[in-house]
Structure formats: structure tokens, C-alpha cells
Design a protein around this ligand. Structure first.
Ligand code: GDP
Length: 362
């Protein structure tokens, strides 16, 4: 490689970490995502939060205003957090990138009254197997008997304003979860007691209903990413895009389209791409890059707005010919400046990994 060209590649650009939410059914995954989205919309200036396709981007400034004193924007240089909108470990384990998990970091939601359940154990197995860093959101703290809710407050603040009895009951439930994590082989503690998040799992008490503890959860996700994942977030933002297909969908006027999470580089209208398909790699060309229109905009007949190009990390809908056989979970690669055969080879290699995985799990 030519060192001059490499220096031009601008390796200093940082992308947004991709966050997935996992946990047992009814423990509050959807509510948690809704709460984060809702708070971000009300905190942020119009347009600060962008509803991507299949994902929600919360920029650093919005994280910071939601988290108050817990997140000082000046302490961070990662651009924010990108939450994958489809919760659950099925989507988590089928969404891969370069042989690993698509998500860089995960939130494991556990109902504080219900504790560990079968799907909690399953999720833990998957997180361990994929080596994905995670935090535990001990959810529904507002259901503690006698709880006096402090909407959207940080945990310490709401905790201090509870009766001794309520505090004690919450503590018992939290320590039960910490014990269960330890039985599963994870050293865990309440997040403010964790010094080293690499060897220990932080437990964040939250309520997806009242918003209590959400500032803390965002602060921990931001802090973990900044501290332990910064080098992985350093990408060549202008390089050829790499992504994973969330879903293949027919859209009126566009035919089959791909909902994609882009985790590296840029995709531009007109780019030649290679996509994993049922019968093998599909070579095609991007006709349009689409996002839902912002909620604040007046509804026109067009549901989507068109973008010229999209940078990682983000969720985008991609319209192109010949996508009927494209597969959810498959890789998407922009060819730009590379040999088509090499890119096809990369996509084939990833497709064969997906097949091995499906067989192992099936
Ligand atoms: P999912 O299956 O994990 O996505 O769980 P949902 O988000 O659908 O939540 C299941 C139920 O629990 C719904 O009725 C929610 O309203 C309720 N729920 C979720 N989070 C909370 C919470 O923090 N407090 C209370 N009281 N209820 C919650």
C-alpha cells in the first residue's frame, strides 16, 4: 500500500456506536426504546434526532441534554448513539457484520421484579458468544411498592427521595439480579460501583415508564463506548460503504428495497453495490437512498425523502434493481474503487458464515 494514500484515508473519523436492546419478552425492550426516542424528540431541537430506517440516531448533544450532568458533551468525541429499533435477540443474532455482531454494544433488559427468565439466559449466552459488551437495565423500578416516581430523574436522585421501605425492596430485587448474573458467570454490580467496565457488568436501575434512570443508562452507554470502543469506531467515513440488511421490503414506486444499517464508510446514489442473495451475491446499482420524512414536516404524498449519500453509522432504505432475492441479515458492500471480484468474494465469504451459523443454531 502507498503510505501517502493511506494517510489521505482520514482514519481519524469516528462513527456512532450501534446499540441493540435484548431481553425476555415483556421485560420492557420496546418501551425502553420508545422512551429514549420520545425523550430525545422532546429534548432535541427539531431535527436533532433523526428517525433512520430501522434505527434511531441520538446525537451527542441530545444525549447530553437528556442525561443532564451525567453526560458533558465536551468529554466525548463520539457523535452519539444509534439504536437498532428491532429489539430482541433473534434480530441481534441474525444481524452480523464481518463475522461478529452488528451491534457494538447491547442493553440487556431485565424486569426488576421478574428477574432472570429463559430468554434472559439465552440473550446472555449470545452476548458472551459474540463478545459484545453490555449493560443490564433493571427495568420497571416504578413498580416497587410505595414508589414515588420522579419523572426522567437520574437514579441516585429518585432513589434518595424514596421511603426506606421502597428503597429496601428495590435493593433486594437489584441484588437478586446481581446474584443471578454472578451465577451465570458475570461479575456485576450497580453501575456507579463499577470501576472497570471491561471485567464487570454495570446494572442500571431504570423505568421505561417514568424515564427514571434513563439519564444514567445513556451515560453508561456513552461512557463505555468512548472508553473501550473508540478505536473500533475509527473508520474511513468517506470509504466504500459496508452494511447489513435488516429487511427486504416492497415499496410502492420502488419495487424491492433494502433496509440497511451502514456500519462503515459511505454509500452514494449511483454506487455499484454487491448484496448477499438467496442464490449468491447480487451486483446492482443504487437508484435511491431513502429516509422517512421528518415527523415535523408536513405530510406530502411522498413518504420518503431522498438523500444523495449516507455515512456510517446509520439506517437507510436503499432502492436498486434486482433485489428480489436479497436476504435479511446479508452483507451489502459498495464497490467504489475496488475490484468487483474482490467485493463479490467478501460477500460470498460472509454468506457462507451465515449458512454455517444457521445450521449450528437450527
Ligand atoms: P418487550 O416485550 O420486552 O418489548 O416489553 P414491552 O416494552 O412491550 O413491555 C411489556 C409491558 O410492560 C407493557 O405493558 C409495558 O407498558 C410494561 N412496561 C415496560 N416497561 C415498564 C416500566 O418501566 N414500568 C412499568 N410500570 N411498566 C412497564
Amino acid at each position: 500500500a502507498n503510505p501517502d494514500t493511506d494517510a489521505d484515508a482520514d482514519p481519524g473519523s469516528l462513527r456512532t456506536p450501534i446499540v441493540a436492546v435484548l431481553g425476555h419478552v415483556d421485560h420492557g425492550k420496546t418501551s425502553l426504546l420508545d422512551k429514549i426516542r420520545g425523550s430525545a424528540v422532546s429534548e432535541g431541537e427539531a431535527g436533532a434526532i433523526t428517525q433512520h430506517i430501522g434505527a434511531t440516531a441520538v446525537p451527542l448533544d441530545t444525549v447530553s441534554s437528556m442525561a443532564g450532568d451525567l453526560v458533558m458533551a465536551d468529554d466525548f468525541d463520539l457523535p452519539g448513539l444509534l439504536f437498532i429499533d428491532t429489539p430482541g435477540h433473534h434480530s441481534f443474532s441474525t444481524l452480523r457484520a464481518r463475522g461478529g455482531a452488528l451491534a457494538d454494544i447491547a442493553v440487556l433488559v431485565v424486569d426488576v421484579n421478574d428477574g432472570f427468565q429463559p430468554q434472559t439466559e439465552e440473550a446472555l449466552d449470545i452476548l458472551q458468544r459474540t463478545g459484545t459488551p453490555f449493560v443490564v437495565a433493571a427495568n420497571k423500578i416504578d413498580t416497587t411498592p410505595g414508589w414515588n416516581p420522579q419523572p426522567d430523574a437520574p437514579v441516585q436522585e429518585t432513589y434518595d427521595s424514596q421511603s426506606d421501605r421502597a428503597r429496601q425492596m428495590l435493593d433486594e430485587n437489584l441484588y437478586e439480579i446481581i446474584g443471578q448474573l454472578s451465577d451465570a458467570g458475570f461479575s456485576a454490580d450497580l453501575y456507579w460501583r463499577v470501576q472497570n467496565f471491561q471485567g464487570n457488568i454495570g446494572v442500571v436501575p431504570v423505568s421505561a415508564m417514568t424515564g427514571e434512570g434513563i439519564p444514567d443508562l445513556l451515560a453508561v452507554l456513552m461512557g463505555l463506548s468512548q472508553r473501550y470502543m473508540k478505536t473500533e469506531m475509527e473508520i474511513d467515513l468517506g470509504g466504500p460503504g459496508k452494511g447489513t440488511v435488516l429487511e427486504v421490503k416492497d415499496e410502492k414506486g420502488f419495487g424491492a428495497t433494502l433496509d440497511v444499517v451502514l456500519y462503515d464508510g459511505t454509500v452514494t446514489e449511483g454506487d455499484r453495490i454487491v448484496v448477499g442473495g438467496v442464490e449468491g451475491p447480487i451486483v446492482t446499482e443504487v437508484r435511491a437512498l431513502l429516509r422517512p420524512r421528518a415527523l415535523s414536516e408536513i405530510r406530502t404524498e411522498a413518504e420518503f425523502e431522498r438523500l444523495d449519500s449516507v455515512q456510517a453509522a446509520s439506517g437507510v432504505k436503499l432502492a436498486a434493481p434486482d433485489l428480489d432475492d436479497a436476504m435479511a441479515g446479508a452483507p451489502v458492500r459498495v464497490v467504489r474503487g475496488r475490484h468487483l471480484e474482490d467485493v463479490i468474494g467478501e460477500v460470498e465469504a460472509e454468506l457462507s458464515e451465515i449458512e454455517v451459523d444457521t445450521q449450528e443454531q437450527g
